[in-house]
Design a protein around this ligand. Structure first.
Ligand code: MG
Length: 259
């Protein structure tokens, strides 16, 4: 199994629980990324956070001493691939969604009628936004959710995640949503097209990162630096690699390669 990780492998790395925990850096993670980059590996950071723009994500990684220029893929970018140039889009989400929709050549609108409603996580979601989204759906718009995560960990509590907001729109609208981010197909297709079809996903959750590895057809490395701890093992899907953190994983796989 180890032997299938090679120089051509794309490293798809989750952010929260792998690179940082909330705002705190995880020890050794930035150095491990640099080790991979210096060895010529393709490193891609995959996040379901749709509120940051491309530059916002890159800047946040730069603050953690990581060069992620053109190396971040988000659920917002994947959602952008699900709309067509020229379509009108009601954006119920943050700056990342608006940017991805515009980059696609679609036209963001604040109310219907529109061709598409895209829902991403935003603390501005309220009854008025829900009403506008539902009216657009009733008018025939299709529904896209950037991701299906039910909750979102914050420093102090669990917040409602994007999936919960999408559920409200889907229920009132009487439709099913198409989801873009991890572990769904659109983000996998986005990665395949840009970075190749051979690689490894590093994440702290089997149900999202492990499932995403399966969607990609990549190996899955579980790290215990985030939400999954020793006491939670075994998990499904079972990881191909297990390490306490990214630094240890990179060291282990590198040592294995030199055998
Ligand atoms: Mg994570």
């Amino acid at each position: 199994m180890m032997a299938s990780i090679d120089e051509s492998s794309v490293w798809v790395i989750d952010l929260d629980g792998v690179i940082w925990l909330g705002e705190s850096p995880i020890e050794g993670a930035a150095d491990a990324v640099r080790t991979l980059q210096n060895a010529g590996r393709t490193v891609v950071f995959a996040t379901n956070n749709s509120s940051l723009t491309r530059h916002g994500n890159e800047a946040k990684l730069a603050r953690h001493s990581i060069d992620a220029t053109d190396a971040v893929v988000s659920s917002a970018m994947a959602a952008g691939t699900l709309v067509e140039p020229g379509e009108t889009v009601l954006v119920c989400g943050g700056a990342g969604v608006r940017e991805a929709v515009s980059a696609r050549g679609a036209i963001p609108r604040d109310e219907g009628p529109v061709d598409v409603v895209v829902v991403g996580w935003t603390p501005e979601f309220d009854f008025d936004m829900l009403t506008r989204a539902v009216q657009a759906i009733h008018g025939g718009a299709r529904l896209i959710g950037t991701n299906s995560d039910a909750t979102l960990p914050s420093a102090t509590t669990l917040l409602p995640g994007c999936g919960s907001l999408v559920s409200a729109v889907a229920t009132a609208g009487g439709v099913d949503a198409t989801f873009a981010g991890k572990p769904h197909q659109p983000l996998a297709t986005y990665i395949h097209e840009r970075y190749g079809t051979h690689g490894i996903v590093v994440g702290d959750r089997a149900d999202t990162d492990g499932a995403f590895a399966a969607t990609l057809g990549f190996e899955f490395a579980l790290v215990l630096s985030g939400v999954t701890g020793e006491a939670d093992l075994p998990v499904a899907p079972a990881p191909d690699h297990l390490a306490v953190d990214l630094a240890t994983l990179v060291r282990d796989l590198d040592a294995d390669k030199k055998r």
